[in-house]
Design a protein around this ligand. Sequence first.
Ligand code: SF4
Length: 492
Amino acid sequence: MTSNPAPTRLVFAGQLGPLFDDGGPMMIIEARSVFGRRPMHRAKAHLLLSALRHRAAELGDRVEFHQVDSYDEVVTGRRDLEAIDPTSWAARRFVRRHGMAVLPSRGFVTSETDFAAWAATRTGKRLLLEDFYRTVRERTGVLMRGDQPEGGKFNFDHDNRQPPPRNAAGLGLPDPVWPVEDEIDAQVRDDLDRWQRDGLVQLVGDDGPRRFAATATEAEAVLADFVETRLGEFGPFEDAMLSGDWVMSHSQLSAPMNLGLLDPMRAIEAVEAEYHAGRAPLASVEGFTRQIMGWRDYVWHLYWHLGEGYRTSNNALEAHNPLPEAFLALDPDSIRSNCLRETIDGMRRHGWAHHIQRLMVLGNWALQHGYDPVALNDWFVDMFVDGTPWVMPANVIGMSQHADGGIVATKPYASGGAYIDRMSDYCSGCSFNPKVRLGPTACPFTAGYWAFLDRVEPQLRGNHRMAQPLAGLRRLADREAVIDQERLRESW
Ligand code: SF4
């Protein structure tokens, strides 16, 4: 009797760590067509290629590593392949079309079955993040004392989210531990140069030095460094922005986590241990835990729960404007608004911005100016090192652009310059004034906020959470002048 040989596991770019390896033969495909579909940030292309090639090198004889144009040319006709369920609708169709054995997905704290069971208990109710997060905390026992949350509550947002220190150039934390590039990175850079020269890819932004972990070992080092040097300040300053400090107290773990290099539960256990050892405050540890086992898991499950059409079939605020060239080219030079210029410049250099820069600067601006939500979603996927098809729809279509009419968030995340002024040092270096809405120094965010409300008033009239802002709009003495000014605005 002969036994069937072990199947070969095809691993995708989101499955490159030990969590996705059960010891059998593996296959990695580097398909160049993936990089040529749409313009992509060069740092993101570099990180993806570096991670794929480093993983192939680590696995040595245990991996078939193919550098080809398309996945199909390797996989077609193979009957010995299996896959851990991949992370996009398109990839899931692909593995099934080729008849692969499919194992349940990994890389999140909760399984898709867990979420489906939870969602089934919510009939007739909203699928609220806060409820989901509490359920996960209770089920995993993370930051729990018996059946009660550590510190008596599940949410320490009130203690977190402070403005940055006044007159500070940065948070003054030690420089993060950066990855050390090697010959694989050098080869990646040469290949990207060549592909670009040959017109095979359109790359945007700077590349290098590589700032994000491309191996599991590097991801572990980044986690250890975050826990030791920045976790304590994470909670208080998770929403703060400073021109001279692009990392602030953030972990830089989203990219390696989305590449599958770091088990999210491993990161949560590491920060929880710091709390129990008395080395990190509960508010920071809870804030980090909420970002990972709350929001990250939640948007992953919503990607499947809301369906493949969610990204393209929602445009509740009828936003149809194209993205401006300054966004598409990541060109800060034509931008006067200091907050936007700094954020776009950081993106150009690193392919990364933190969540408040994404939500309250870039997203807020796009919302106010009616950028097409699908184009914006895809731009976030392509231009951020941690951008994936699953992570952006709930974040961009739902939370940031309110294009789903209120499925993910109950009201649009629109705000004037006052919020940015409170949470950053951007306004002090800006030729606009966040308190002014009319005239040459009128802040494009402050005036744009009122112009936005004026434009979407019909769609938001029935939303009770917008009653107060809309009442403010109706009381605005110079409403028509502000609307005209923003309609004609050329300089921002
Ligand atoms: Fe941004 Fe307005 Fe502040 Fe300038 S004044 S940095 S445009 S919020």
